[in-house]
Design a protein around this ligand. Structure first.
Ligand code: OXD
Ligand code: MN
Length: 580
C-alpha cells in the first residue's frame, strides 16, 4: 500500500503521543475482518449469535456509560469562537489538545494501534473524500469496514499528499469524565477519546462526513447534510430522487427503506443518514451517500415498520446493545409483539417483562448497505443521483402539519432553519424535550449555523432548477395522544404527492406557511383515514404558530449579524401572512 509521507508522519506523531505496543495498517480485506472478529470473540468484545438464524453476526455490549452520542462533550475547535457559532460547544485548539492530550498520552500502552485509510463515497467519484484514522479498538476497525471503504482504495483517491481528514481515536478508560470528541475543521483533524460508541468513535460518520465535511463543503461549494437519499419509482418506472433531513432516531432509516402501501410505487434506498450534494456543470444538484453501510437504531425495527431493514440484518451484522434470546438470537423492543422468554438484557443480565427495556433504546445494527433488499442500482454511481426534492422532517406532537411545501428555495431554507424536534435516545440526556434542530444539523454543523444558512442560500442561487423543498411531520398527535398519520409504508402517499408537485401536477392549497395538499390530492386509496383526522394532521393554527415564531425569533437573535437577512425576512413574512 502506498502512503503519503504526510500521512506517515501524522501516524508517527499519533503513535508518539499514545505509545501503542504495535501499529497495524489496515487493508480492508475480508481476511482482516475475519481476523478481527476472531480476536474479539476470543477476548469477549463480541459474542457469537446463533449461526443458523443469524450467520456471521455478533453482539457487542458497550460500556453502560457509553451508549449514545455525548453532545455535551463534543466540541468544534476553531481559532475564533464566533466561527463555531452559538449552537456549538467551542474550545480553542491549543486548549483542546492540551486537555485531550492528557487522556491520550501513553493511552495506547500495550494496545494495538490500527491505522484505517478509508474512503467516504463511491470509488471513482470526484465527490468522495479520504480519511485516515487511528484507533485502539478492534470493534471500531470492524465497524469501519462495514461503514466505509477501507484500504488502498482510499489512498488512491487522495488528490495530493495531504488530502485526507486525520482522525485520532482512543477508547481511553471509557469514563465520561475523560471523554472528548474534538473537531478541528481548520486543520481537517479529529480527536476522540473516552468512547467506543458509534457516532463518537466511528470517525467517518458524524465527525468526518458531517462536522468536518460541512466546513470543507462550505469552502469548496457543496453541501454535507444529515440526510437520507431515496429514489421514488412510479408505476411507469420513472424514478425521482429526494433527500430528507431528519433528526436522529426519527424514522429516517425506515423512510429510506420504506415498502410502499400504494400499488405500483416503490422506494429505492441510496442512503439512510448522510448526503453529500454538489451542483454539477449543468446546474443540477447531485447527491452521493458517503457511507458504505447502515448504523441503524434497532428498537422498533420490525417486519411491519421496516421489512427491508429487518431482512438485511439477518446475516453478517454486528449488533450493539440489543437483548439476547436463550437460543442466541438478537431481540429488541418492537421486533415481535411479545418478548421471548428468558431474555438477557443489553448488559447480559436476566430480564423479566416490566423491568424496563431489554434492548438499550439506542441499540444499533451495523451492516453493509448492499444487504438491503431495496438498495438502489445507482447507489454507488460516481456521478451521484440527481436530486429533485428536499425534505425537512422532525418529530413534533403538535403545531407542525403532516406535510407542506415551501414557496421557493429561500422560503425552504427558512423552513429548514426553523426546525425543532423532540429529543430521542440517540443522544445522552432527556428524551422528548422540544429543542431547536435546524435542518437536523444542530449536533453536526462544523461551523457557525448563521453562515450555514447563508451557504444554503448561496447554493440555491447556483442550481439551475432548484429542488422543491418540503417540510414533513409524521408524529403529530390527536387529543388522546394517538398519532394522526399511520406513517411507515403509508408515508409513500406523501412522497407521491411530492413527486406530483415536482412534475408540476399535484393540487395544493396555499397557507401562511406553504402549500398543503388540497382536498383529495393525497392518495388515500385503501387507507381508512377519516377526513377530519387528515384535516387535523394538515391544520395550521395562527395562535400555535405565533408562539413558535416568537421562540424562533429568540433563537435567531443569538446569531447577530451572521444570520442572513433573507431568513429574518421570511420570518416577518410568515407573521404577515398569518396577520399576527
Ligand atoms: C446516527 C445519529 O447515529 O444521528 O445516525 O445519531
Ligand atoms: Mn444520523
Amino acid at each position: 500500500m502506498t502512503t503519503s509521507s504526510v500521512a506517515e508522519k501524522w501516524v508517527d506523531e499519533a503513535a508518539a503521543l499514545t505509545q501503542p505496543a504495535r501499529v497495524i495498517w489496515c487493508d480492508g480485506s475480508k481476511g482482516e475482518y475475519d481476523g478481527l472478529v476472531e480476536t474479539m470473540l476470543r477476548d469477549g468484545t463480541l459474542l457469537p449469535l446463533n449461526p443458523r438464524t443469524n450467520p456471521n453476526s455478533y453482539l457487542h455490549r458497550s460500556h453502560p456509560q457509553d451508549v449514545a452520542r455525548t453532545e455535551q462533550l463534543t466540541f468544534i475547535c476553531t481559532g475564533e469562537r464566533e466561527d463555531a457559532g452559538p449552537t456549538n460547544n467551542w474550545m480553542a485548539p491549543a486548549d483542546a489538545k492540551a486537555r485531550a492530550g492528557e487522556y491520550l498520552r501513553g493511552g495506547m500502552w500495550g494496545r494495538t494501534m490500527y491505522v484505517i485509510p478509508y474512503l467516504m463515497g463511491p470509488a471513482g467519484s470526484t465527490m468522495s473524500r479520504v480519511g485516515i484514522m487511528v484507533t485502539d479498538s478492534a470493534y471500531v476497525v470492524a465497524s469501519m469496514h462495514l461503514m466505509t471503504r477501507v484500504g488502498p482504495v482510499a489512498l488512491q483517491h487522495m488528490r495530493s499528499d495531504d488530502d485526507f481528514v486525520a482522525g485520532l481515536h482512543s477508547l481511553g478508560d471509557l469514563s465520561p469524565d475523560r471523554r472528548l470528541i474534538l473537531q478541528f475543521p481548520e486543520e481537517r483533524l479529529i480527536w476522540s477519546v473516552g468512547s467506543g460508541y458509534g457516532g463518537n468513535a466511528l470517525l467517518g460518520k458524524k465527525c468526518h462526513a458531517l462536522r468536518i465535511a460541512s466546513a470543507q463543503a462550505r469552502q469548496e461549494g457543496w453541501l454535507a447534510e444529515h440526510m437520507l437519499i431515496i429514489g421514488v419509482e412510479d408505476p411507469d418506472g420513472r424514478v425521482t430522487y429526494l433527500a430528507a433531513a431528519m433528526p436522529s432516531a426519527s424514522g429516517k432509516t425506515n423512510l429510506a427503506m420504506a415498502v410502499s402501501t400504494l400499488p405500483g410505487w416503490r422506494v429505492w434506498t441510496v442512503g439512510d443518514d448522510i448526503a453529500w450534494m454538489h451542483v454539477d456543470a449543468a446546474g443540477q444538484l447531485r447527491a452521493i451517500n458517503p457511507e458504505r453501510g447502515f448504523f441503524g437504531v434497532a428498537p422498533n425495527t420490525s417486519p411491519k415498520t421496516n421489512p427491508n431493514g429487518t431482512a438485511m440484518v439477518r446475516s453478517d451484522t454486528i449488533f450493539t446493545n440489543v437483548a439476547l434470546t436463550p437460543s442466541g438470537e438478537p431481540w429488541w423492543e418492537g421486533l415481535t409483539p411479545q418478548p421471548p422468554a428468558e431474555l438477557q438484557d443489553w448488559q447480559g443480565r436476566p430480564w423479566q417483562p416490566g423491568q424496563g427495556p431489554a434492548a438499550h433504546p439506542n441499540s444499533r445494527f451495523t451492516v453493509l448497505a448492499q444487504q438491503c433488499p431495496s438498495i438502489s442500482p445507482n447507489w454507488e454511481d460516481p456521478l451521484g443521483v440527481p436530486i429533485s426534492g428536499l425534505i425537512f422532517g422532525s418529530r413534533r406532537s403538535q403545531v407542525i402539519p403532516l406535510v407542506f411545501e415551501a414557496f421557493d428555495w429561500t422560503h425552504g431554507v427558512f423552513l429548514g432553519s426553523a426546525m425543532s424536534t423532540e429529543t430521542t435516545a440517540a443522544i445522552t440526556g432527556k428524551v422528548g424535550v422540544v429543542r431547536r434542530d435546524p435542518m437536523a444539523m444542530l449536533p453536526f454543523c462544523g461551523y457557525n449555523m448563521g453562515d450555514y444558512f447563508g451557504h444554503w442560500l448561496a447554493t440555491g442561487a447556483r442550481v439551475a432548477r432548484p429542488p422543491r423543498i418540503f417540510r414533513v411531520n409524521w408524529f403529530r398527535r390527536d387529543a388522546d395522544g394517538g398519532f394522526l398519520w399511520p406513517g411507515y409504508g403509508d408515508n409513500v402517499r406523501v412522497l407521491k404527492w411530492m413527486v406530483e408537485r415536482i412534475r408540476g401536477a399535484g393540487r395544493a392549497e396555499e397557507t401562511p406557511v406553504g402549500y398543503v395538499p388540497a382536498s383529495g390530492a393525497l392518495d388515500l386509496g385503501g387507507l381508512d383515514l377519516p377526513a377530519p383526522r387528515l384535516r387535523e394532521a394538515l391544520r395550521c393554527d395562527a395562535r400555535e404558530w405565533g408562539l413558535a415564531l416568537d421562540d424562533l425569533e429568540e433563537f435567531y437573535r443569538q446569531f447577530g449579524s451572521r444570520l442572513p437577512p433573507q431568513i429574518d425576512e421570511k420570518l416577518a413574512e410568515t407573521r404577515r401572512r398569518f396577520g399576527i
